[in-house]
Design a protein around this ligand. Structure first.
Ligand SMILES: *[C@@H]1O[C@H](CO)[C@@H](O)[C@H](O)[C@H]1NC(C)=O
Ligand SMILES: *[C@@H]1O[C@H](CO)[C@@H](O)[C@H](O)[C@H]1NC(C)=O
Ligand SMILES: *[C@@H]1O[C@H](CO)[C@@H](O)[C@H](O)[C@H]1NC(C)=O
Ligand SMILES: *[C@@H]1O[C@H](CO)[C@@H](O)[C@H](O)[C@H]1NC(C)=O
Ligand SMILES: *[C@@H]1O[C@H](CO)[C@@H](O)[C@H](O)[C@H]1NC(C)=O
Length: 404
């Protein structure tokens, strides 16, 4: 097993080196320049990686997702917000396990991961390891943020080449950021961190905080992002937040947002109503009743991909600080929305819980279907790249295609 691990590790390192080499070549830099650049701290944002060929890929081709109602007249921006020079204010980690649980009986009966969660639940914010204060300054129309983990650079790479491309469409700036914690396995930490630093040096699109990237810490990622946004995003209109293994159509998102205004509490995605906490211990989403004893969750949008408006996100930040952390991040946001009395809105174009029941259905690989959606789970890098090209090729969608 050790040898096998070593091979995988080698492969990953080699492919990452290849990515760096290709990038360096594409950007016409000498490798030495690249290394020298390490010394400078603040880099200008790198140019988009992709060739010109795909530049029209965001042009809006159909009006499928436009809602039918009349456009309201756009109000003049009165953004006279007092400019505070704020920055991330958490610089040390000083958080010890909560000893209060040591005497509690029900705590001892819990699974280790829940014990771990409860022991550190009160640790709210951690220092930033990689920050990009410049990324969100000024006017950003759509901020794309992607939950990612340190080992999955291939997913980030595929996203940068497809739906995460930064650009400006009809004067609307689109910016992309990846949200990361630290490697959850000790043996991964040192080497992967180095690779991540290089990756960030090249692309400048990583935000990293000093907490373990574990499943139960996803809610930490959520609250850290909201706090970051509150500090660094002067004027972001809309935010798309999602996983790193989904297909997203930015052009459909832009079209969908055309008649939306920030400030009207937009929160849209694949919404679950009256979902029940899962009580089967084998399930990834199992929740002991000691942690949540109501029979239903408030309505929430699946974390695979959803859209919210900027002002609502800032209110969510304030609300999140009044609630105890909950181990499932999308449910936690649902709890915050409930406090704010904002109902998340379900939309047909978000398929984050699967497309059809039958996993072998042709629908899962049907580009015409993908072309008309906003978010579809779940595509890994090779599939994503392939589907992206198909969707942006000369598709004839009147008849059923049998492409893959
Ligand atoms: C960390 O917190 C403990 C208890 O809250 C306190 O006694 C200690 O001085 C703190 N250490 C630092 C470095 O802030
Ligand atoms: C532990 O319990 C005490 C007393 O109830 C409380 O003041 C304190 O905040 C608790 N500690 C944590 C970390 O929750
Ligand atoms: C979350 O991250 C913190 C900081 O790294 C760590 O102490 C804690 O154990 C993690 N929690 C879980 C449930 O993994
Ligand atoms: C649920 O938990 C709350 C707070 O922990 C408690 O006050 C309440 O009695 C519990 N309800 C049930 C039905 O167990
Ligand atoms: C798509 O179709 C147009 C016109 O029908 C043609 O000019 C173009 O070359 C085609 N593009 C591709 C990639 O096939």
């Amino acid at each position: 097993v050790f040898r096998w691990k070593k091979t995988i590790y080698k492969t990953v390192c080699l492919s990452f080196l290849l990515v760096i080499t290709v990038t360096v070549l594409q950007r016409g830099m000498a490798p030495s320049q690249f290394m020298q650049g390490q010394q400078q701290k603040e880099l200008p944002p790198p140019e988009p990686l992709k060739t010109q060929k795909r530049d029209n890929s965001f042009s809006i081709t159909s009006t499928f997702w436009k809602s039918k109602k009349e456009k309201a007249p756009v109000k003049e921006e009165e953004s006279v917000t007092a400019k505070q020079a704020k920055s991330w204010d958490v610089t040390t980690t000083n958080c010890s396990a909560n000893q209060n649980f040591s005497k509690v009986d029900w705590f001892k009966g819990l699974e280790p991961n829940f014990q771990q969660f409860l022991l550190y639940r009160h640790c709210r914010y951690f220092p930033m390891l990689i920050n990009h204060p410049e990324k969100c300054s000024g006017d950003v129309y759509l901020l794309i943020v992607v939950k990612s983990i340190i080992t999955q650079h291939d997913r980030r790479e595929a996203i940068r080449r497809t739906w995460g491309q930064e650009k400006e469409v009809e004067g609307k700036r689109i910016r992309t950021l990846f949200l990361l914690g630290t490697a959850s396995k000790e043996e991964e930490r040192a080497n992967y961190q180095k690779l991540l630093d290089y990756e960030n040096h090249i692309y400048g699109d990583i935000l990293q905080w000093d907490f373990l990237d574990s499943f139960f810490n996803l809610t930490l990622k959520e609250v850290h992002f909201l706090k970051w946004l509150n500090i660094y995003c002067d004027n972001v209109h809309f935010i798309f937040k999602g996983d790193d293994d989904v297909f997203v159509s930015p052009s459909n998102i832009l079209e969908f947002l055309e008649d939306k205004k920030e400030g009207e509490d937009l929160f849209v995605g694949d919404v679950l109503y009256k979902a029940k906490p899962i009580r089967k211990k084998e399930n990834k989403y199992y929740i002991p009743s000691a942690l949540y004893n109501k029979s239903n969750y408030p309505p929430y949008a699946g974390g695979g991909g959803f859209i919210m408006d900027g002002p609502l996100a800032k209110r969510l930040h304030k609300t999140s600080e009044t609630l105890e952390l909950y181990p499932i991040d999308d449910v936690f946001l649902g709890m915050c929305l409930e406090v704010l009395k904002v109902s998340p809105v379900g939309h047909e174009g978000f398929k984050t819980f699967g497309i059809v029941k039958n996993k072998n259905s042709k629908m899962n690989k049907e580009p015409c279907f993908f072309r008309s959606m906003l978010v579809v789970h779940k595509l890994l890098p090779p599939e994503l790249l392939q589907m992206w090209d198909l969707v942006h090729s000369n598709l004839t969608c009147s008849r059923k295609l049998n492409v893959l």
